[in-house]
Design a protein around this ligand. Structure first.
Ligand code: SF4
Ligand code: SF4
Length: 215
């Protein structure tokens, strides 16, 4: 997402790589599910999130959209996000005990929190949002362990490539004055990366990069 804000007000001022340690350990969120309840439409899902959720739940993108997801506009492009009810009940994937029922395949933004990503010069770094997690006495954890995602180098490459691809499209959308063309840009993204089903027997990244290359 393209945002203008002052890093010094929200972070500890440091930029991290996944090999660094940061104060993230929050006792496994015991007794707290705040970030799954008050985050509005901000948990935007990338194609890898959909691949993981679809594979785990056995549901197509359309089926997920009918229950747990909605579409919204992010920097001019229509993208899916988690439905977070504003009555306090929060994400539809929270179970009765206030735990994530899809923890093993939780979206990338959920894995990150309270880290954020900052993109610059064709790459990205992590930063720590110091005012977000409600737990005090957080312990230092290596970021790669915190993210807990298979094949992290490849995942980070994908995150970066996806960001810069969307950024290019957002700039195209911002310069576009033709409503029909704007709609086509978003439909192209939705159709190519979300609606066209992924083969769960095949590697995600191979399929993603074929789609990115327009094949
Ligand atoms: S998917 Fe899981 S971790 Fe993410 S907001 Fe929903 S309940 Fe929380
Ligand atoms: S506020 Fe902190 S402890 Fe609470 S759910 Fe979020 S990360 Fe976990």
């Amino acid at each position: 997402m393209l945002r203008n804000w002052d890093m010094s007000k929200v972070s500890d001022g440091k930029l991290y790589t996944s090999n660094d340690m940061a104060k993230l350990g929050c006792q496994e969120c015991a007794g707290c599910s705040e970030c799954c309840r008050i985050v509005g439409d901000s948990i935007v899902l990338d194609p890898y999130d959909i691949y993981c959720l679809s594979g785990h739940l056995g549901q197509s993108f359309e089926e997920l959209l009918a229950s747990k997801l909605s579409l919204g506009v992010v920097d001019g492009i229509v993208l899916p996000h988690l439905n977070i009810a504003d009555d306090g009940s929060g994400c539809g994937f929270l179970d009765k005990a206030g735990r994530c029922s899809v923890h093993s395949v939780r979206p990338g933004i959920c894995r990150l929190f309270p880290l954020g990503r900052i993109f610059n010069d064709g790459t990205f770094s992590y930063f720590l949002q110091v005012n977000e997690c409600k737990k005090s006495n957080r312990t230092k954890v290596k970021i790669s362990k915190w993210l807990d995602i298979p094949n992290l180098p490849q995942y980070e490459r994908f995150v970066n490539d996806w960001h810069w691809y969307l950024k290019g499209l957002s700039e195209e959308a911002a310069a576009c004055e033709d409503a029909e063309k704007l709609k086509q840009i978003s439909m192209r993204v939705l159709q190519r990366f979300y609606l066209a089903a992924y083969d769960m027997e095949r590697d995600f990244y191979e399929q993603f990069y074929m789609r990115l290359r327009g094949k």
